[in-house]
Design a protein. Structure first.
Length: 282
């Protein structure tokens, strides 16, 4: 790759993360392979961590840093709201309340795990809205079909994990719902950054419970910096230690199953669905 003149890395803060979720080793291989002495390198991201900046200062010559707007903040075109729902069961009730009041699709809903994405889908699929789910365990063909349907308007509400917090660009997202509280301010910025793009207005609603209070101050600060109102008590919470922050980022709070149907009725529905599926396959 000696002839490569430009090496451009988007979402650089995520790609340069160390550990299982990052791609530092793969990027290092590409970086070393692009060996032209005249090569230019550019790193882009909506958020920029100090670890990436330190790496760039150590490994790049004639470094130029360009910041557009305040660092690690949300767009001012976004209306942001923190909604206390009490408990996990309160989240489902809040979702149903939003549906009853009416909303303008398309809508992205973020949850913290694949299991919870599936569970929420099974709750909302009976609400009379066009809803689907996308996550890493679906096949590439399934994901492509979901993305196409969402872009064409066949799907109104798309439930997703961190897979869609970055990278995939949807035009005209009107609402982002953080069903599960983001574990870092950076994750929050990337999630809500799916709406309010290119100068357009958008809205982001973030549910929170008692379990999310340790992280509430950091998210409330981001919202305040963007010019949106937040209750003063949220900004008065104690700052959590860096070690605790890192632990919460790696391991979100354990949450109860998303289900409003009593377990025995739920099991009957599952069994009935399996019988129908078996009958169709015979």
């Amino acid at each position: 790759m000696f002839r490569v003149e430009w090496l451009v890395v988007d979402e650089s803060d995520k790609l340069f993360e160390d550990g299982k979720t990052g791609f530092r080793e793969q990027l290092a291989t590409i970086f070393l392979a692009c060996s032209s002495p005249k090569i230019r390198r550019a790193f882009f991201s909506a958020t920029f961590g100090t670890d990436v900046e330190q790496w760039c200062r150590l490994n790049l010559d004639n470094l130029v840093s360009v910041n557009i707007g305040p660092r690690n903040t949300a767009a001012e075109t976004l209306e942001q709201e923190l909604l206390f729902v009490g408990s996990e069961s309160g989240k489902v009730l809040a979702m149903r309340d939003l549906i009853k009041k009416g909303f303008l699709p398309p809508v992205l809903v973020f949850v913290q795990s694949i299991d919870r994405a599936r569970e929420l889908f099974h709750e909302l699929v009976y609400e009379g809205i066009n809803v689907d789910v996308i996550h890493a365990e679906r096949t590439q063909q399934q994901r492509d079909n979901v993305v196409t349907s969402f872009r064409s308007g066949k799907i109104w509400v798309l439930i997703c994990t961190a897979l869609l917090a970055r990278g995939i660009d949807f035009k005209g997202i009107n609402l982002v719902i953080n069903y599960d509280f983001p574990t870092t301010a950076v994750e929050y910025i990337h999630r809500i950054g799916r709406t309010g793009r290119a100068g357009h207005k958008g809205k982001a609603i973030t549910f929170f419970t008692e379990d999310d209070k340790p992280l509430l101050r950091s998210i409330a600060t981001v919202i305040k910096q963007a010019g949106c109102p937040v209750p003063d008590y949220m900004l008065g919470f104690k700052k959590i230690k860096s070690k605790v922050k890192r632990q919460l980022a790696k391991k979100p709070p354990r949450r109860s199953t998303i289900r409003t149907t009593p377990r025995i009725l739920f099991q009957k529905k599952v069994s009935k669905g399996k019988r129908k599926k078996k009958a169709r396959s015979i």
